[in-house]
Design a protein around this ligand. Sequence first.
Ligand SMILES: [Zn+2]
Length: 109
Amino acid sequence: MTIEHSIVVGLDDIKTVIFECRQCRTRVSMLPNDIRIPQKCPNENCASREWITGIPANVRSSYEASTAKYVNFVEAIGHIRKSKNDAAFRILLEFDETDSEMPSCEMQS
Ligand SMILES: [Zn+2]
């Protein structure tokens, strides 16, 4: 018999989003509701290139179709996973470890 364990989490379960520099492994943690990708590695001595370039968030249009954010998010997961290692940073998600909703397993003899 094969036993598999998996963890199912929702976006509300994300405690922090962590950006880790691929060059020096320096990490930056952000709260999920106030998140933006840092422009560059926070380590002053890091030789890493800029993390992200383009239009600053405060200049972008605030218009967004009601479902666009969900479409963008879901599609972005696939694009990011398929284009491994093309960014100067990694994205890590932190969750609180809790087993309050785990089903209990009891063995009977
Ligand atoms: Zn770095």
